[in-house]
Design a protein around this ligand. Structure first.
Ligand code: PEP
Ligand code: MG
Length: 956
């Protein structure tokens, strides 16, 4: 990761020439262990190929692609040369930034620098700076310009009152990526300021990513504090106040021209009055960048030279991004785009020169901008690794009768036609042929989609599905959607761009409300939006079967699963993914049978192919014959009966036939789930993931808020034990109000207890809230991701210190065993802890070195691997030797094949998703403890997870 800080800077050095300066820079990189000495030759070669002078007295020397293997670690070192160094071409360098980067990470640095490069004359300030902090401030400190453009103006928006208008303004800022969740709350807290003429001003400072000003006017007359409300400014404030804009606004109001804003009928008029970015109606062209390392200094320079040959203005932005773009003539602005290989650049040029300039730019980009480039794969095909499988080279479809063994992700048997959902690529122009023509095109597309949906309504035999389609039809008629669409058309957008923009904005508004039901509506809206877009672009979306179907996808994101309609989706089959991916966890929670990691061939299935999916065994049968289907239906019936029987006995304890008891508890994410878990047979909560209390908030919840959340769980448990995991964020699970440096390898970075110990104040507040909530009830607290004894002791000591202030009778403190080192140290830890809870999801990923969310490898991250079982065995043995108990709270605890082994290994508690509790209890009751112990001993001696699964499968 390339970031700038004062420690990297050497001040006041001297170099007689560029060669000497490069040597000093290379020495400093070598001295810091960033590169091998051979990197200097690469830096010299690079200067020969083209000067690394950037502008403003700054150069950014770095090696060539050939010397990348000389880089040990990514980093930068800066040297100030107050007397200047001649960098050739008449340029003098006062600050050289030597970059050691193995790939295109330096683009990030260039982005950081561009703000500084765009401001006034920096070179003299860099030369005169007396300490490194001053240099950092100069490079990073330039205030960001206020965003005020057409996307931030909403005229005549539907709003019933001030709050709604405020919300619309905040949404515009969010859509423009000026703010994130949490901003609206800070805006709502600020005092509205009347400006006269019915205009009001509000500003918010929290959750602001870049400064921006939105202006909204209501469609109907509104009042605020007894005064008219005809227009509202919402400022996302960051850094200095936008003085220029405020002065302009004051002038306007003093001159009695406030009405031009409060009664504005065009976005352009508002922008002209306020001095915002007026949208240019210029010819445009899109082209994908093929340069291996993106638009770095050398190709960017070539591009500026092409643009500079034209007298008028030429702009560029990343396709799909809002705003007017940046001048192609400015090297620093181009670098600020941070464009990477495969991204599309959208060029636009003043009409007078567009005819010549756009083709010239296109030709230059196609020619590689001075570099030899590998052509990009043809449109629609994937580029490098990590591209969605649904778009990779063609693979043969599975044949009828074929049996595919994949990973069991959520139990149950599902039968139905396949709906293969691959992301269609919609290719369309951004600019339209005039509002009337574009509106007519949308009308036609809507009519066609309306007919399609009507057909589905008429053919479906199920009332609940019919209702969904009726809702879709209502969505197509939504006046707010059409209003937004029209506004976008008025700005010159094509029907496709306007429709896509309007649907996305509406869906984001719904999603922003964090309401489960509204999130489902948002998914419906996006769904219907895609259908219409498909019609507009002539791309047919797969017809949704009228009966419940099996959704086949490349990989399902947790949000996809969460938004699945359980009435329509009978099962989920994915090409990639593993059983502990969060999407699989959600599928289990929702009770949708799922098989994951089946390989890319499933994406080649013909739409409507009958599939039989066995989520217990990770099996898929393609177009099974009638006897197989019959058999599956019987099995499904048996499974259903088994589930019903287990449910009827859910409150009975889980005791094996020979009298060995195991506690079965629930994994929950929020207090509201507790009562249901108890109703489903939970004997306690074995894992309360406290992240939900912290996420989606603008700031860390205070002690009182947390205490209330924890009390809710304890109240619902009514004396049953609660095992709480302290906050487990960081790495892949960030918190908005706790900004952390980006990490190359978040799973091996600052997460879990490592992060909590860096901010003990947060941990202390959480612990205080937990202790205060206990009120005599049994409370167990455990710490996630403990890898060392010191981490455990630090967390324990803090808790015990607080316990002196807030006494709790029944308190146990434990360690989550998620890192192999914790399992290996179990004999030491067991002397001190009260219990262990094994997080097999993480333990498996760290033991097998497979990222649990890895798109292709995670299917192999099987917790039944003998190596993982051995770690579990060691933990249990150590704990029992000291009279301590052990739980398993990872997904493995709910895997029916794993239950006999975990019981046989002596695990005392299994904590699983609430829906699985009854089945786990029933499974334990079927077991014989001695037999399970023998089975576990056998499993430990096997060579692979597959062998273990086969062993247990046979023993069933
Ligand atoms: C685990 O790692 O097994 C666990 C229970 O924690 P999470 O899945 O929340 O990381
Ligand atoms: Mg974990």
């Amino acid at each position: 990761m390339l970031e700038l800080n004062a420690k990297q800077i050497q001040m006041g050095r001297r170099a007689p020439d560029k060669q000497a300066a490069l040597e000093l820079l290379a020495d400093s990189l070598v001295g810091e262990g960033l590169v091998a000495p051979g990197y200097l030759a690469g830096m010299q070669d690079r200067e020969v190929q083209g000067s690394t002078y950037l502008g403003q007295g700054i150069a950014i020397p770095h090696g060539t692609p050939e010397t990348r293997d000389q880089v040990y670690r990514t980093g930068v070192r800066l040297i100030q040369f107050p007397e200047g160094v001649d960098w050739g071409d008449g340029q003098t360098v006062y600050l050289a930034i030597a970059i050691a980067a193995r790939s295109d990470e330096h683009l990030r640095l260039l982005q950081l620098l561009t703000r500084a490069l765009g401001e006034g004359d920096l070179s003299q300030a860099l030369r005169a700076a007396e300490h490194p902090e001053a240099i950092v401030a100069l490079l990073q400190g330039a205030p960001q310009a206020l965003l005020l453009d057409s996307q931030l103006i909403g005229l005549n928006v539907a709003a019933e009152d001030f709050d709604e208008l405020l919300w619309r303004g905040a949404q515009l800022l969010k859509r423009a990526a000026c703010v994130e969740s949490g901003f609206i709350a800070s805006l709502a807290r600020s005092e509205p300021l009347p400006l006269g003429n019915g205009l009001w001003w509000l500003h918010g400072e929290q959750a602001v990513l870049r400064p921006g000003l939105a202006f909204v006017t209501p469609a109907q007359p509104l009042q605020l504090n007894g005064q008219p409300l005809t227009g509202l400014f919402c400022l996302a404030s960051l850094g200095e106040a936008p003085r220029q804009l405020l002065e302009r606004l004051c002038d306007l109001l003093i001159a009695g021209q406030g009405d031009s804003l409060s009664q504005a009928s065009s976005t352009r008029g508002v922008l002209e009055a306020l001095g915002g970015e007026v949208p240019a109606d210029w010819p445009a062209l899109r082209i994908a960048l093929a340069n291996a390392h993106g638009l770095h200094a050398r190709p960017a320079k070539v591009l500026t030279e092409v643009a500079q040959a034209f007298a008028g203005e030429v702009r560029v932005r990343l396709a799909g991004e809002a705003g007017p773009g940046v001048s192609v003539k400015s090297l620093s602005k181009l670098l600020g785009l941070g464009a990477r290989r495969g991204q599309e650049l959208e060029f636009s040029a003043e009409p007078d020169i567009a005819g010549d300039a756009l083709p010239a730019l296109e030709a230059a980009v196609l020619a590689g901008l001075g570099e030899t480039v590998e052509p990009l794969p043809a449109a629609g095909l994937a580029s490098a690794a990590g591209a969605p499988l649904d778009q990779v080279a063609e693979v043969p479809a599975p044949t009828p009768g074929q049996r595919i063994q994949a990973v069991a992700a959520a139990p149950g048997i599902a039968i139905g036609p396949a709906l293969v959902r691959v992301a269609p690529s919609f290719d369309y122009p951004q600019q339209g042929q005039g509002a009337a023509a574009e509106r007519q095109r949308l009308r036609q597309a809507l009519e066609q989609v309306g007919v399609d949906i009507q057909g589905l309504i008429e053919t479906t035999g199920q009332d609940n599905i019919r209702e969904i389609f009726v809702t879709h039809q209502a969505m197509l008629r939504d006046p707010a959607l059409h209003e937004d669409f029209d506004a976008r058309l008025a700005e010159g957008a094509s029907a496709e761009a306007a429709w896509h923009g309007a649907v996305t904005a509406a869906a984001q508004q719904l999603e922003g409300l964090h309401d489960e039901l509204l999130a489902e509506r948002a998914a419906d809206l996006r769904d219907i939006g895609r259908r219409v877009l498909g019609r507009l672009c002539g791309v047919e979306a797969p017809r949704e079967p009228s009966e419940p179907y099996i959704l086949v996808m490349d990989e399902v994101a947790p949000s996809d699963v969460a938004s699945l309609n359980r009435q329509r989706v009978a099962g989920v089959l994915t090409a990639r993914g593993g059983a502990t991916a969060h999407s699989a966890i959600i599928a289990r929670t929702l009770g949708i049978p799922a098989v994951v990691g089946a390989g890319e061939t499933v994406l080649a299935l013909a739409q409507g192919t009958e599939l039989l999916l066995d989520g217990d065994h990770g099996l898929v049968r393609v177009a099974p014959d009638a006897p197989t289907l019959q058999q599956a239906r019987r099995e499904r019936e048996v499974a259903l009966q088994r589930r019903e029987r287990a449910h009827a006995e859910r409150l009975r304890p889980a005791v094996t036939g020979d009298g060995h008891g195991v506690e079965v508890a629930a994994n929950i994410g929020s207090g509201g789930d507790t009562a249901e878990a108890v109703e489903l047979g939970a004997e306690g909560v074995g894992l309360l993931r406290t992240e939900l209390v912290f996420m989606d908030l603008a700031q860390a919840p205070d002690q009182a808020t947390q205490e209330a959340a924890y009390r809710q769980v304890l109240d619902a448990l009514d004396g049953r034990p609660l095992v709480v995991r302290t906050l487990d964020v960081g790495g892949d699970k960030p918190l908005a109000y706790w900004p952390l440096p980006e990490e190359c390898n978040p799973f091996l970075g600052v997460r879990g207890i490592r992060l909590s110990l860096q901010r003990p104040d947060m941990l202390e507040t959480q612990l205080r809230a937990l202790l205060a909530a206990a009120d005599g009830r049994p409370l167990r607290i455990m710490f996630p991701m403990v890898g060392t004894v010191e981490e455990w002791r630090a967390a324990r000591d803090l808790t015990l210190r607080l316990r002196k202030e807030i006494p709790v009778n029944d308190l146990q403190l434990g360690v989550m065993v998620e890192v192999p080192s914790a399992a290996l140290l179990a004999p030491v830890l067991a002397r001190e802890v009260d219990f262990f809870s094994i997080g097999t999801n993480d333990l498996t990923q760290y033991c097998l070195a497979i990222d649990r969310d890895h798109p292709t490898l995670s299917a192999q991250a099987d917790g039944l691997h003998p190596a993982v079982l051995r770690l579990i065995e060691m933990t249990v043995e150590a704990a029992h030797a000291h009279g301590k108990w052990v739980g398993v709270c990872g997904e493995l605890a709910g895997d029916m094949l794993a239950v006999p082994l975990l019981v046989g290994l002596g695990v005392d508690e299994l904590s699983v998703s609430p829906r699985t509790i009854a089945l786990v209890k029933a499974r334990v009751r079927e077991l014989d403890y001695r037999h399970s112990q023998a089975l576990a001993r056998q499993a430990l001696m096997l060579e692979s997870a597959a062998a273990v699964r086969a062993l247990v499968g046979e023993a069933l």
